[in-house]
Ligand binder design. Sequence first.
Ligand code: 15L
Length: 268
Amino acid sequence: MRRVLITGAGGGIGRSLRETLRGVYPILRLSDRVALAPTRDGEEVDRTELSDMAAVERMVAGVDGVIHLGGISGENEWPVILEGNIIGLYNVFEAARRAGVQRIVFATSNHAVGFYPREQKIDHLVVPRPDSRYGVSKAFGEALASLYSDRHGIGVLCTRIGNFGEKPIDKRRLSIWISPRDYTQLVRIGLEHPDIRYEIVYGVSNNRRSWYDNLNAVRLGYRPQDDSEPYAEAVLAAEAGQEADPIAEHYQGGTFCAAEYTAKTPRL
Ligand code: 15L
């Protein structure tokens, strides 16, 4: 990998990867719809709207690998999701194919499977159970990635990210947290592992309270260094006495599941 593109480079994960991948590959091309911090050695800065195919083609020209973080990172109205996560995502994969890109790491989300109950441990083989329009767009992304892998031979690692941050911020995140250094490790596996054709893994640290069987990531060499447990006492103490929504509490997706929920009975 000589030149690696990060889309959505202005977001929280993008800004972090800009630092942790600095010097790992000769050139990092950083792109976002918003202006980014100025270029340093070994960097190229780009400003692109993902819904604009001609601009996306310019963005991917000459890159060897793509880390696709761009798009909408939470629930939103359908037109917004459509533009950022369906049209924008399609444009990135299609432009990458035309440019001959061989590897893509796709930032999908726990919300593609958020309607699994917390009591069920899930692996990479479960069918999607999106908990939002956002989650549906991530399941769409996983499906599009599968098509581009099968039909065009592009190697794709779909990382179903839990919650990325320096530390877990609440009880739910104790089960899905991923630290910056663990996500960096996973992204590097996605770009560098010689045998990846199409894989789904969970982007989570080695959390004792995990809801995921991340055996596929482990098979690919992932050895997460962090665990949310040392933060558990403080996180739980901060939440003590707070009233919890029963739907949000029951499902892995939390408040994404409770929002707009009108089912009279839960789906089994
Ligand atoms: C996500 O997919 C979002 O991008 C992030 O903002 C958080 O909401 C995260 O999931 C989460 O579930 O905590």
